[in-house]
Design a protein around this ligand. Structure first.
Ligand code: UDP
Length: 355
């Protein structure tokens, strides 16, 4: 079969690193990078570290509003799909690239596979929520990571076939754990011998948290007031907003700022952190799998199982709630929520069922 996979942002490179090599053992995969994340630190590093294939096509589309960006991607993907004539199109998650790839495939009646289907935050103000709902309803084959996500798809009566496969990001987390632990040790040593358990790691870049001075200031208040040193690899979007709002000096003075990290370095630092503070999606489940309590800087999450399991707390940007969460000991039980590390094999088998 010929499968065209469309990716565009950081976590999609991680997901492709799980699925693409397996897909390529038996099929002709063409990887298309829309360019949504064009920074090497958010894309090329995953090709180098994780063995995601080098994309065959780069569309260089980034910037602009969500609508304009998605529109440009659609316009670029349509002739490309015409030329490539794929037997299936595969998309991941909830980005503009996901929606653009999904819509063009559906319009051209090319079977559409959505990996990480069925996730919902129930917050339609999030661009990601719109993207995931729309793609789920356009897809022919929906591959949710969990039974909770599959139940949501059934509740919404999606038209496509549903098959729970587990979480492909967790495949990568399992596979890279030894190398990540080594990279983490090197990172700690390079930061003056920082001790495991003496810091919290943070990611912060959701539009809702960084795009206004009020919210970004509240986020800084939380990170600097929580009572534990915070390491923050700064996402390019956040870096731009810190400068724009005149908050860069304060952030540099009160936090340990790092550049966006490679996957191994980031996972290694996560493994030894006392807590993960994040507004990312994927990082919430990576913290869970690493056994690190997560404090989520949002008031909704699509990874609700981590909350139910007692390992994740939604605090939005409320400092007192964050302090309380940090003081709470997580339960001893940490059930296997996201599969056995072999989700990608199930994705490939499910795709083959379309052939
Ligand atoms: N990540 C990374 N380096 C960093 C921060 C995150 O490699 O400095 C990885 C992280 O382990 C996860 C993915 O990037 O696999 C999450 O990306 P991001 O937070 O951009 O995505 P979101 O989940 O918010 O869409």
């Amino acid at each position: 079969m010929r499968i065209v996979t469309v990716i565009g942002n950081r976590p999609q490179f991680v997901k492709a690193a799980a699925v693409s090599p397996l897909l390529r053992e038996r099929h002709d995969e063409v990887l298309v990078h829309t360019g949504q994340h064009h920074d090497d630190a958010l894309s090329q590093v995953f090709v180098d570290q994780l063995g995601a294939p080098q994309p065959e096509h780069q569309l260089h589309i980034h910037g602009g509003t969500n609508t304009a960006q998605t529109g440009r991607m659609i316009a670029a993907l349509e002739p490309l799909f015409d030329e490539l004539q794929p037997d299936a199109v595969l998309v991941y998650g909830d980005t503009n690239s996901t929606l653009a790839g999904g819509l063009v495939a559906a319009q051209q009646r090319i079977p559409l596979v959505h990996v990480e289907a069925g996730l919902r935050s129930f917050d339609r103000a999030m661009p990601e929520e719109l993207n995931r709902v729309l793609v789920d309803h356009a897809a022919d084959l929906l591959l949710p990571p969990t039974e909770v996500a599959a139940a949501q798809l059934r509740k919404e009566s999606v038209a496509g076939r549903i098959e729970v496969v587990g979480d492909v990001m967790i495949d990568v987390a399992h596979r890279t754990r030894p190398a990540a632990l080594e990279a983490g040790k090197r990172m700690l040593a390079s930061m003056g011998g920082l001790t495991p358990g003496s810091y919290a790691l943070c990611t912060l870049h959701r539009a809702g948290n960084v795009d206004t001075p009020e919210r970004l200031t509240a986020a800084l208040d939380l990170l600097t007031g929580i009572g534990v040193p915070v390491l923050l690899p700064v996402h390019p979007r956040t870096e731009a907003r810190l400068k724009e709002f005149g908050l860069a000096d304060r952030a540099a003075a009160e936090l340990t700022l790092l550049p966006p990290l490679g996957y191994l370095e980031f996972s290694g630092l996560l493994a030894s952190a006392t807590a993960m503070l994040t507004d990312s999606g994927g990082v919430q489940k990576e913290a869970y799998v690493a056994g690190v309590p997560c404090i989520t800087l949002r008031d909704t999450t699509e990874w609700t199982e981590t909350i139910t399991a007692g390992w994740n707390t939604l605090v939005d940007l409320n400092l007192q709630a964050a302090k309380a969460a940090l003081a709470t000991t997580p339960p001893t039980a940490r059930p296997d929520l996201y599969g056995d590390g072999h989700a990608a094999e199930r994705v490939v088998a499910a795709v083959e069922s379309l052939g």
